[in-house]
Design a protein around this ligand. Sequence first.
Ligand code: ADP
Ligand code: G6P
Length: 493
Amino acid sequence: MSETATGAEATGTTAAGNNSFVVVANRLPVDMILEPDGTKSWQESPGGLVSALSPVLEKHQGCWVGWPGVADEAPEPFRTERGVLLHPVELTHYDYEEFYEGFSNATLWPLYHNLIVTPEFNRSWWDAYRDVNLRFATEVATVAAPNATVWVQDYQLQLVPGILRQIRPDLTIGFFLHIPFPPSEIYRQLPWRDEILRGLLDADLIGFHLEANVRNFVELCRAYDLEVSGEIKIREAGITITAANGHEIGVGVFPISIDTSAIAATLAANSHHEAHEELEQIHRDMGSPSTVFLGVDRLDYTKGILQRLLAFEELLDSGALDPSEVALVQLATPSRERIDSYRITRSKVEEAVGRINGRFAQIGRPVVHYQHRSVTKDVLLRYYRLADIMLVTPFRDGMNLVAKEFVATRADSSGALVLSEFAGAADELDQAHLCNPFDIEDIKKAMLQATWGLDDNPEAMKERMSAMYNQVIEHDVDLWANSFLGALDKSRP
Ligand code: ADP
Ligand code: G6P
C-alpha cells in the first residue's frame, strides 16, 4: 500500500508525552518500501505479531513505536488512516546486522525455539542488543504520557522493561513474548541470562501463550531463588514473582488469537457470485484437483515446510496419493534472508519443490504450486477457502496464527487441519489431525487421515472443524488484548 493509499501523512512533530497507551515492538505494522528511483511507499509487515496487534492498536487508537523495516531510515511520526500513531525508530546497517540478524535472530530465536539450529553467542551482538533496547526505551519514554500504559512486545526488546523502569518509574509496563519460552536448562546457556531476566522482571505483567511457557519461566525464576506464589491461570496473572529488588511481577497465560470479525467481514464482502467464480477458475487453472493441500508460512526453519513437502512426495511416490488428483499450494513469505540457516532452508525447500514437480507434474499441471512472496489478506483468504486440507507442521511455534486463520474461514465446517503437536495452537485446536513433525511417517499418517476422512467420514470431519471454529470465534484477538490489558491495569500500584 502506498502512503496515499493508507492515508498516512507525516505530521512533522513528535507526540512527546501525550500518549496514554504505547505499544513498542521491533517492527512497525508497516514496512517502508524504497524504490530504486527513491520513491517511498508502505506495505504491511510480515509475521503474526503485526497481524494480531494491528486491530488492537486501531481499537485503542494507541501509539506504536517500532522500526520502519529499512536500515538507516527514520521517517517522521505519522498517523495511519485508522488512527494509529506510528513512531519510527531508526536502526543503522550495523544495528540491522548485529541486533536484528545477529542477537535477535541468530542467538535468541533458535535458543527460544529449543535449539532447532544452534544459537550463536557473540559479544558484539550483545552490545548492539543493549544499545538498541536503550534506544527503543528512550523513544518510548519521550512519547508516553505521565502514568501511561506501555506494552512491550517480544524477544527483540527484553531489556526495555528494565530500562523504562529506571527512566520512567511512573509507567505501567506489560511484556508479551510471542515465541516459546524455553526450558530453564536451555535458557541458562545464554551468556547474558542474568541481564535479560532482570530486564523482564522490571515489567508489571509478563504474558506467555501457553501454560508450558509459564512453567518454564517459573522454573527459571526458582533456579534464581526468587519467590514464586499463586497458580497458573489462563487470561489472568495467576502467578506472582518477587524480584530480587522486591518488585512484584504478575505472570499469566494469554493465548494470542486473530481478528475473526475482520475475516468474517472480508469473506462476506467476497460472497458474491463473481468471487465464487474466480475461486472456481483458480481451481480449474490448477487442473481441478480433488484435494488441495495448503501451506502458508514465513520461510523459517521452525515451520517444517521441507518436512511437509517430503511427506507429500513420499505419499505420491508410494501411490497413496494420486498426482493427477491432488495439488499442494505453498505460500512462503521471504524472511530474514541473509541469515545462513534461512538461506539453507530456502534452498532445500526450493530444491524439493523442483524435484517433486520434476517427478510428478504433467505439462501445465504442477503438483506443487510454490510462491515465494507475500500476498494481500484478500488473496490469502481466497487460498484458505480454496484449500481442502491445511498443513501447519512447525517443529516449534509460539502459537501459529495461520492455523487459526484457516479455521476462521470454515463457518461451513468444511475441510481439515493437519497440525503439529509443537505449535502453540495445538493446545486449543485439539480436534485437528495432530502430528509429530520430526516424524515424516506421522505427517503422512495425518495427511492421509485427513484426506480419507473428508471422503469417507464427512460428518465426523465436520464435527471436528465445527468444534475448532467455535473455539477460534469465541477466543479472538479482542479477548487476548482485553484480558492482558485488564490484568495489567489491576497491577497498577
Ligand atoms: P509467524 O508470526 O511466525 O510468522 P504466524 O502463523 O503466527 O507465524 O503468523 C503469520 C502471519 O503472517 C499470519 O497472520 C499470516 O496470515 C501471515 N502470512 C504468512 N504467510 C503469508 C503470505 N505468504 N502472504 C501474506 N501473509 C502471510
Ligand atoms: C514472529 C516474531 C515477530 C516478528 C515476526 C516477523 O512473529 O514473533 O516478533 O516480527 O516473526 O519476523 P521479522 O524478523 O520479519 O520481524
